[in-house]
Design a protein around this ligand. Structure first.
Ligand code: NAD
Length: 360
């Protein structure tokens, strides 16, 4: 395994490897940038097949957090943590034995050793209770029960308003009435998004690996159930990836039917070049880290030790304008929305770095 040669390594400030023998914890924390502020990003617990896969994931995700936090106008840098599921947990990230609490306390110690350069939170397979266990060994954790609460509704809200900016440009309307939206993944974000879209008059097509959830969506929203392998290329107006990353790849990009791609999943494109391809094909893609920023916006006040729902609501509503500006710049300059967003986000990071260097 080699850090600097990894395809996802992009000038990360530092990458930290942690092992805790008693709990079997093997974790990697990647700090991409602290130019604007301390690096904030969640911690995920995943059954990676090997440490190279875990490293690639954390490098990609931590850079994504730098861009996301910068573009959202937060005073925060970007970082991320991954924990490999211990072998003794039978490959089960949801394992609930007593060792679980010990592992998250060990992870909290790892975070603490970075002295606040990295601030952690929940992410995939990491619960609010796990975060509370981290809190026993570090103060550098947010997303606690006593804090701003579950970020998912705010993420869904941001996706909904960002999607509206897309339909104005793709279909010359700000109404979802009658538009066909294919939602992949009906979890905490996807379900909430479906509720909003249904209320707004959209026709829903849904895919999930959980049958009970699909039946519920059919009953409550009159949604059409689509095979999980088919949903990406299903005939629809808007495709909303809300399950996992890498769903748009070289193999399926040519078969997409949607005119808009807007969803909550991180790293929706298996590589950035696909952003150019979508642009050339006339598909409006709302860059994932722009449209799914509601969750991180929701926990940002906690970093300063405050609870401020009004500020969060205003900031999340602003995602509509941000997405609109990115699409307009993309169309005006014949550049992909990915390139436009990356440039704006990077500019702010570099300006902060410049200022830091001058002040030093
Ligand atoms: P979740 O785990 O609650 O939901 C994921 C859903 O996807 C589940 O219902 C699961 O059954 C389904 N799923 C898994 N594999 C699937 C497949 N192959 N096809 C179809 N469905 C599948 O997660 P969430 O919190 O709703 O987050 C959804 C996505 O948004 C994730 O990629 C997450 O990283 C991203 N995201 C979430 C937030 C947040 O606030 N929760 C913030 C930013 C980004």
């Amino acid at each position: 395994m080699s850090v600097f040669e990894d395809s996802a390594y992009r000038h990360h400030e530092s990458v930290h490897f942690f092992v805790d023998e008693p709990t079997g914890m093997r974790a990697i924390i990647a700090i991409h940038s602290t130019d604007i502020g301390p690096a904030l990003g969640g911690c995920r617990l995943v059954n990676y097949s090997n440490s190279s896969e875990a490293l690639n994931d954390v490098l990609r995700l931590s850079r994504g957090m730098s861009l996301k936090n910068s573009l959202a106008g937060l005073e925060l840098g970007g970082g991320k943590a991954v924990i490999m599921v211990p072998e003794s947990w039978n490959n089960n990230p949801r394992y609930q034995g007593p060792e679980r609490a010990e592992l998250f306390k060990a992870f909290g110690r790892a975070v603490d050793s970075l002295g606040g350069r990295y601030i952690t939170a929940e992410d995939m397979n990491v619960s609010v209770e796990d975060a509370s266990n981290m809190r026993l060994t570090t103060t550098h954790v947010v997303g606690l029960d006593s804090g701003m609460g579950d970020p998912s509704p705010l993420t869904a809200q941001g996706v909904f308003v960002g999607m509206r900016a897309c339909i104005v440009r793709a279909f010359s309307t700000n109404s979802f009435q009658g538009l066909k939206v294919a939602v992949q993944g009906l979890g905490k974000v996807g379900w909430r998004l479906c509720e909003d879209l249904h209320k707004a008059g959209a026709k829903l097509l849904v895919a999930d690996i959980d049958d009970a959830t699909l039946q519920k969506a059919q009953k409550e929203f009159g949604a059409k159930i689509v095979d999980p392998d088919q949903i990406v290329v299903e005939t629809c107006d808007i495709f909303a990836p809300c399950a996992r990353g890498g769903v748009i790849n070289e193999d399926n990009v040519g078969q997409l039917q949607a005119k808009v791609i807007a969803g909550s999943a991180n790293n929706q494109l298996s590589n950035d070049v696909l952003g150019e391809r979508l642009h050339k094909d006339g598909i409006i893609y709302a860059p994932d880290y722009v449209i799914n920023a509601g969750g991180v916006i929701n926990i940002a006040p906690e970093v300063k030790g405050v609870i401020d729902h009004k500020w969060v609501d205003q900031k999340v509503a602003g995602i509509e304008q941000t997405v609109a500006e990115i699409i307009d710049a993309s169309l005006a300059n014949d550049m992909s929305t990915v390139t436009v967003a990356d440039e704006i986000a990077t500019r702010r990071i570099l300006a902060a770095r410049d200022k830091g260097l001058k002040a030093a």
